[in-house]
Design a binder for this molecule. Structure first.
Ligand SMILES: NC(=O)c1ccc[n+]([C@@H]2O[C@H](COP(=O)([O-])OP(=O)(O)OC[C@H]3O[C@@H](n4cnc5c(N)ncnc54)[C@H](O)[C@@H]3O)[C@@H](O)[C@H]2O)c1
Length: 323
């Protein structure tokens, strides 16, 4: 199949392209390299089935000439703390509109990258795909990201109703591993690994008791590839995550990373940053996935335990940091 990936030089895009090429598919990938890196796709460029397009999906002309069976739309602005709310709302909408229009013209399926952040302040964990999406007030900029993704999900479903747009929506829960962005853009684990190598105090937002469930990239990609390729995924929303019993407090994640790098006897130092530093802010206290649906419909089973995934990620990040 011909598969178009937006955000191909990013973390998930580059790993997905590698996987789909290994299965023999032809890949067009676009990226404006704002947050992605050429190093992530360097080894793919020698594959004749891979074509990289340097450009911005905000401009529909850039993708006009590439017809694919499926467009996997990963390019995105993320949490406004690391970008800004207007860009998140505006660019996420514009990119999606261009991609959806292209899919309707070409009769392609869209696979849309949504996020676990859409469950927002819902305290009823674990979150399944039909759980309530509960955001805080608009004065809190952080919700702009979740809002843009909820809008995207609704926009896709409305286009399915009106024009029969084939789709699959995936909601990722904190993925990590090789090719991740090394700043907060890539998640806390990237920053913690950096700080642990430098033996600097680890920066914890709030009291660190907030929990997350981290998914190693190989598991993320296996599930995502199933969502892209299987007809059983059509018209569905799936959480893509590891098992819920991998839930971990951020401060404990920091401790594990520190000790994997500096030895079990070394005591990490923490720098707790109060939420008030970010202006008016709300965090998500617990983020735990229910993955029964993807297990049942697509036979997905996560394989990599957190500690094993962190060891592989640390090895990769060490190499990148010393280049
Ligand atoms: N990584 C995660 O754990 C996670 C969790 C939840 C949701 N998601 C979603 O999954 C998707 C992929 O995430 P990721 O971690 O790989 O992000 P990433 O930032 O590493 O990759 C996204 C890529 O899109 C590119 N891009 C952004 N705007 C663009 C534009 N206008 N034109 C062309 N390229 C553009 C960036 O340069 C980047 O390379 C995103 O939609 C994100 O919201 C990811």
């Amino acid at each position: 199949m011909k598969i178009f990936i937006t955000g191909v030089a990013g973390f998930i895009g580059s790993n997905l392209a590698k996987k789909l090429l290994s299965l023999g598919h032809e890949i067009y990938g676009i990226d404006n390299l704002n947050y992605g890196f050429e190093r992530n796709i360097e080894e793919l460029k020698s594959n004749p089935k891979f074509k990289f397009i340097y450009g911005d999906i905000g401009n529909p002309m850039v993708i006009k000439d590439y017809k694919a069976d499926i467009i996997v739309h990963l390019a995105s602005q993320k949490i406004p703390r690391y970008s800004n709310a207007l860009r998140v709302i505006d660019e996420n909408y514009l990119m999606l509109k261009n991609v959806v229009n292209k899919c309707i013209i070409d009769k392609s399926k869209i696979v849309f990258a949504s996020t676990s952040d859409v469950y927002g302040k819902n305290t009823n964990v674990p979150f399944s795909e039909d759980s309530d999406l509960l955001l805080g007030p608009p004065q809190i900029k952080r919700w702009a990201y979740a809002l843009s993704k909820i809008y995207g999900e609704q926009f896709i479903m409305a286009n399915n109703d009106e024009y029969g747009l084939p789709f699959t929506i995936v909601r990722f829960f904190g993925s990590y591993g090789p090719n991740q962005n090394l700043t907060w853009w890539g998640g806390p684990q990237s920053v913690f690994i950096n700080q642990a190598f430098k033996k600097e105090p680890i920066e914890i937002h709030g009291d660190g008791k907030q929990t997350r469930t981290f998914t190693y990239i190989d598991d993320t990609i296996e599930a995502l590839a199933m969502c892209v390729l299987s007809e059983k995924a059509n018209g569905e929303i799936f959480n893509i995550a590891t098992n819920p019993d991998e839930e971990i407090a951020i401060v404990d994640l920091a401790k594990i990373i520190w000790q994997l790098i500096n030895g079990e006897k070394d005591i990490p130092k923490f720098n707790f940053i109060p939420y008030s530093t970010f202006g008016r802010y709300e965090d998500v206290p617990r983020r735990v996935p229910n993955i029964n649906k993807i297990k049942k419909v697509l036979n997905f089973e996560p394989k990599i335990k957190l500690k094993d995934g962190l060891i592989k990620t640390i090895e990769w990040q060490k190499k990148i940091m010393t280049v």
